[in-house]
Write a protein that binds this ligand. Structure first.
Ligand code: NAD
Ligand code: IPM
Ligand code: MN
Length: 359
């Protein structure tokens, strides 16, 4: 039976990087007889401009009906002043929440060829292989009440609610421990239990979950220290599990260890393994339209889709090997090049990955 893949390019560099990822996806579709059917839809600012909402009903219906989703990136300064509930980012958050994509996997893996592009000394990042497991449908991103209100004295006050229920913590915990079991067998849970009640509960529940995984070692760390340790000695980590906002921040920091945010893919999974796949970076309005964005995070997100949702590990491995071969050849987009090197464009990088796949 054919499988449906929904393509959501989004805004700014979203369509540029997506074009390359789709070429790669179509190539492996044919080569490995995957029987994938690709559909396209609008999300984010592109959808807001076209039909007045960042998550049109048609897009959500197609998303529900698909086996997996590939998303570029959404947002941009031209939508900074639209009503808050219409912001492009709400389209992305709506998809995550409507589809219950609670488990966000963000692997920070250093390709050895890029050791010089890392912001840390090569010896600190050689062999780096961290998996950040970020809770994606709860926490302060979704807690109620939220909003901006006017106080009696006429002053405005903005507020959000940081809330996690036990069941939300437990399910992200099980996901992280299950993944750790298949790799380095160490989970570090990141919280702020010295200050925030919600993360006191987080720590308690993680400790309970750990009892089901006696072969996996659990440690706890405060988020401020975790941010420091990530740039001091990142190889101490195997799997990091944390809430929505801390995971957002720590994964951007971890991305830079691998050379560029343009290298970091992600998977957002529901409890059945269905997922949405996207680069960790945003729509990069500062470089959009120039053909210079790095498409590898999106191409590597295709590999994650093949591995986690479609169960096609050979096709995933072929893409990852092709990316590695291209880096071996010395091809670099501007974000990962050394100063003396001439960068390749977004489409040249995509083309090179295709050639490596075919060759
Ligand atoms: P950003 O990740 O878009 O860009 C940060 C910096 O990284 C910029 O200098 C950008 O040029 C660079 N960069 C990002 N991706 C790159 C790539 N593939 N190749 C080369 N360089 C790359 O973050 P921002 O500037 O804070 O946000 C811009 C917009 O993107 C905002 O509207 C934000 O809300 C949105 N955003 C969307 C997503 C998403 O759709 N998943 C994620 C993050 C931010
Ligand atoms: C990400 C982004 C999103 C987030 C925004 C665009 C809603 O930064 O995917 O990392 O904060 O989750
Ligand atoms: Mn982010």
């Amino acid at each position: 039976m054919s499988k449906k893949i929904l393509i959501l390019p989004g805004d700014h560099i979203g369509p540029e990087i997506m074009a390359e990822a789709v070429r790669v996806l179509e190539h492996v579709n044919a080569r490995f007889d995957l029987d994938l059917e690709l559909e396209h839809a609008l999300v984010g600012g592109a959808a807001l401009d076209a039909v007045g909402t960042p998550l049109p009903d048609d897009t959500l219906a197609k998303a529900r009906a698909s086996d997996a989703i590939l998303l570029g990136a959404v947002g941009g300064p031209e939508w900074d002043n639209v009503e808050r509930h219409l912001r492009p980012e709400r389209g992305l958050l709506g998809l995550r929440s409507e589809l219950e994509l609670f488990g966000n996997l963000r692997p920070a893996l250093l390709y050895p060829q890029l050791a010089a592009a890392s912001s840390l000394k090569p010896e600190l990042v050689a062999g780096l292989d961290i998996l950040i497991v970020r809770e994606l449908t709860g926490g302060i991103y979704f807690g109620e009440p939220r909003g901006i209100r006017t106080l009696e004295n006429g002053e405005r006050q903005g507020f959000n609610t940081y809330v996690y229920s036990e069941s939300e913590i437990r399910r992200i915990g099980h996901l992280a421990f299950g993944l750790a079991r298949a790799r380095g067998k160490r989970v570090c849970s990141v919280d702020k239990a010295n200050v925030l009640d919600v993360t006191v509960l987080w720590r308690e529940v993680m400790t309970e979950v750990a009892k089901d995984y006696p072969d996996v070692e659990l440690s706890h760390m405060y988020v401020d220290n975790a941010a420091m340790q990530l740039v001091r000695a990142p190889k101490q980590f195997d799997v990091l599990v944390t809430g929505n906002m801390f995971g957002d921040i720590l994964s951007d920091a971890a991305a830079m260890l691998t050379g560029s945010i343009g290298m970091l893919p992600s998977a957002s999974l529901d409890s059945s393994g269905r997922g949405m796949y996207e680069p960790c970076h945003g729509s990069a309005p500062d470089i959009a339209g120039q053909g210079v964005a790095n498409p590898l995070a999106t191409i590597l997100s295709v590999a994650m889709m093949l591995r986690y949702t479609l169960d096609k590990p050979e096709a995933a491995a072929a893409i990852e090997a092709a990316v590695s071969a291209v880096l071996d050849r010395g091809l670099r987009t501007a974000d990962i090049r050394a100063e003396a090197e001439t960068p390749v464009s977004t489409s040249q990088m995509g083309e090179a990955v295709l050639q490596a796949l075919a060759g």
